[in-house]
Design a protein around this ligand. Structure first.
Ligand code: NAI
Length: 398
């Protein structure tokens, strides 16, 4: 037992604690979004493995699979458990809540808290799948990680968020001071490029699929999906044409190779879903992007087009993965969930405002307030209905 009052402790884009009740409500709200819009559970993949299942797009995928299709889910992630007075990480509490709600609805759920890049985590997952699910129909690969230890060489690769070739200067926003400042990011070294591809590219995704195939754990029609981002040209030097973009290119090449293999052997396939920019721990860490998102959210909300992680995943699961879906792909065979973000009318408004945004007009011209709120909400803070003066149990488990 560790009953305590939990107040937010954060520094810039780092939050040091999480509120269990706030996280629980976040999960509940996402479940309600899936249940609220559909009258009944739809047919779709019923045995689903989500790698990176505790926060952001992975958590929303797991919720969409479980509450949208009634799927049995196995989640893999790396989260900090509670320890004494120290709260667990948000993803840990999200998972506690996921299990609680799944139990109430008699949905099978099992979770593995471990390094997804490590062989031991892969074999523990295989053992669990063999015992509980026999074979998996859908594998969602939604990792966003700062480092990867190569399972063969033991080399530690650290990912970097840097431009390639030239340094990149643009505006960004500081979360605490609310100042719009100019940031210059020096170009990556060749080693940093290679390291980022090693962490965020497709190498580990392929290892997961290889392992599942070798162990006979892939079902007929087995499908797998990994997530990518493109965004507007203005952010390309730091995103699409930067180190992370190289990693995403590698992820897309991996998707093509996996697609032919899964199609030929199992009648299934592998796809990239290009998602919309949303506030997550991973995206908030990218320079320039938080200011872009603050502007984007304002424009999309004004036009009634804004979507959060669960809205995006509802579309992915119901319009692309459900048995009765008629999925459409772009010329490169990708699923495009960023269609609304990339609408010319949306981008034109964002780009028209971009040069004019400064510290003085930030709150008026952008949805910085919404961005800041969503960032805090990721950790269970500023959630409606939660009394932050009340002590809560932080020593939880699933
Ligand atoms: P996130 O930070 O919310 O989630 C990352 C997940 O990876 C968590 O479940 C975390 O526990 C897990 N993880 C990290 N390191 C791990 C490790 N070593 N072993 C096991 N699990 C580990 O990130 P987000 O934003 O949901 O990103 C997921 C994917 O979606 C990424 O590929 C990202 O590039 C992509 N994406 C994100 C967008 C955004 O705006 N947030 C937009 C489009 C794509």
């Amino acid at each position: 037992m560790a009953l305590q009052v939990v107040q937010r402790r954060s520094r810039g884009f780092i939050c040091l604690n999480a509120h269990p009740e706030g996280c629980r409500r976040n999960v509940e709200r996402q479940i309600e979004t899936i249940l609220g819009r559909e009258s009944s559970v739809r047919g779709g993949p019923s045995k689903v493995l989500v790698i990176g299942a505790s926060t952001g797009y992975g958590l929303a995928s797991r919720i969409a699979a479980a509450w949208g299709f009634g799927a049995k889910t196995v989640g893999v992630f790396l989260e900090r458990p509670p320890e004494g007075n120290k709260t667990a990480s948000a993803g840990f509490y999200n998972t506690v809540a996921f299990h609680e709600f799944a139990r109430q609805r008699r949905l099978f759920a099992a979770s593995i808290n471990g390094d997804a890049f490590a062989d031991e985590t892969k074999s523990a997952t295989a053992d669990l799948l063999r015992k509980e699910l026999s074979k998996v129909e859908l594998i969602i690969y939604s990792l966003a990680a700062p480092k990867r230890i190569d399972p063969v060489s033991g080399v530690v690769h650290h990912s970097a968020l840097k431009p390639i070739g030239n340094s990149y200067t643009n505006k960004t926003v500081e979360l605490d001071s609310e100042k719009v400042t100019e940031v210059t990011i020096p170009p990556a070294t060749d080693q940093q490029i290679a390291d980022t591809v090693a962490v965020m590219g497709g190498a580990d995704w392929k290892l997961w699929i290889d392992m599942l195939e070798e162990q006979g754990l892939l079902a007929e029609n087995a499908r797998t999906i990994a997530y990518s981002y493109i965004g507007p040209e203005m952010t390309w030097p730091i995103y699409r044409d930067g180190t992370i973009g190289r990693a995403k290119n590698h992820l897309e090449e991996t998707a093509r190779a996996l697609h032919s293999r899964l199609r030929d052997k199992f009648g299934g396939g592998a796809r990239i879903a290009v998602n919309k920019a949303i506030v997550t721990q991973a995206s908030a860490a990218i320079p320039v992007v938080p200011l872009y998102m603050s502007l984007l959210f304002r424009v999309m909300k004004q036009k009634g087009l804004d979507e959060g992680a669960i809205d995006q995943m509802r579309r992915l699961f119901f319009e692309f993965l459900a048995d009765d879906a008629a999925p459409k792909f772009d010329a490169e065979g990708r699923i495009r969930l960023d269609d609304r973000e990339m609408l010319p009318a949306v981008q034109a408004d964002v780009m028209a405002a971009w040069p004019r945004v400064d510290s003085e007009n930030l709150r008026e011209w952008t949805d910085f307030v919404g961005f800041q709120h969503e960032f805090r909400a990721l950790f269970g803070f500023e959630i409606e209905g939660v009394d932050y003066a009340e002590p809560v149990e932080t020593e939880l488990s699933w």
